[in-house]
Design a protein around this ligand. Sequence first.
Ligand SMILES: Nc1ncnc2c1ncn2[C@@H]1O[C@H](COP(=O)(O)OP(=O)(O)OP(=O)(O)O)[C@@H](O)[C@H]1O
Length: 289
Amino acid sequence: MNDVIQLNQISKKYGHFSLYELTFGIKEGYITGLIGPNGAGKTTLIKMMMGMVQPDQGNIEIFGKETSIKNAEYKDRIGYVSDENYFYDQLTIDQMSKMMAPFYSQWDKETYRKYIEMFKLSPRKKIKELSKGMKMKYSLAIALSHGADLLIMDEPTAGLDPIFRRELLDLLSEHIQDEKKSILFSTHNTTDLDRIADYIVFVNEGRLVFNEMKESLPNKYMLVKGNKELLDRDVRKCFIGIRETALGFEGLLNNNSEEARYFRDQTICEIPTLEEIMYFTVKGSALHV
Ligand SMILES: Nc1ncnc2c1ncn2[C@@H]1O[C@H](COP(=O)(O)OP(=O)(O)OP(=O)(O)O)[C@@H](O)[C@H]1O
């Protein structure tokens, strides 16, 4: 299986924030969700892939070639959706689109029209008159209208109403039926991931926590629920993250650890949801600094 994107030992420092030698690949033909709490480094990573931010160290390969400022041809094959507004406020939707079309060798006017209609966007409306959700829809229409082999999207479902959000996820699932197409998108919404992601890349505080097939995650982690009497200082240390309540505790363990085997006999163990995996990992890392 090929990697459509490969990050090699990527490091970046911004004041107190650092990305630490991140190495991971994004699989061709699949949908990958990029997750992590606020400030984890998701947008910085996406901007690096788009050549908008330069890493201090390391390199990125997309479609098998190393990216560089000089070699921007690869962007022709990428549909990029930013979480920022890069459009000119004074232009109408159609004026803006006419301006962008020549930058894409495979721009397809018919496809563009189809999406503008499907997303109920009015071509004569000015960018400044669009709501947040409409701007996102417009950005998606552009990204889907030039035959891109790879979609890279920064929080594409943010600001969308639940009905359109669902429709978009269906549309992305359809898009991926062509096995040569790949999607990477960041999100804070685990429902998006539950619905369409094949792989999950989880970053926290500039470090890679995991890059896993979504289906394999339940085998990796175990959620323990029990009585506080089971907890002492040493036991606490075994948990990736832990939450105590008046009645007891919940904690996340590595499923293959010694402790997991012990707790399985002692108490209630469950398969954690993706949200629980994120919650306890982030909570645990905050405690261990
Ligand atoms: N241009 C910049 N100059 C200085 N610091 C920056 C810059 N861009 C990002 N940062 C810092 O890098 C860190 C990671 O930011 P980034 O936007 O990549 O996080 P994120 O995971 O996308 O967060 P969110 O989920 O809130 O969008 C933050 O601490 C942020 O303040």
